[in-house]
Design a binder for this molecule. Structure first.
Ligand code: FES
Length: 100
């Protein structure tokens, strides 16, 4: 079971209204949907993109994490998502500039 997916991407898309930071305030759902679309378009096998609730790194949001490596990324736009997919997911190279 541990190698069922080669890469499993979790995007926090949590939203709240208590005045504290949250990832959906940074368009997280839209960018998560874009990531899923790109993985599908590129026909990447054994790669899964999922929504997640709060991952408890809210002040750095929007945050996503890739397993099994357990690498966290702070992304802001589609270009960042493209770089994470092309570099980390496809080539296996961590994107240091976005790593948190
Ligand atoms: S709201 Fe995204 S990590 Fe907490």
């Amino acid at each position: 079971m541990t190698d069922f997916y080669k890469h499993h991407l979790f995007f926090c898309t949590h939203q709240r209204d208590d005045g504290t930071p949250y990832c959906q305030a940074h368009n997280a759902q839209h960018l998560r949907d874009y990531a899923k679309q790109q993985v599908k378009q590129l026909k990447l096998k054994r790669v899964r993109v999922n929504n997640a609730g709060c991952l408890n790194r809210c002040t750095l949001g929007p945050m996503m994490v890739i397993y099994p490596e357990g690498i966290w990324y702070q992304y802001t736009n589609k270009s960042d998502i493209d770089e994470i997919i092309n570099s980390h997911v496809i080539q296996g190279t961590i994107v240091d500039r976005l790593k948190r």
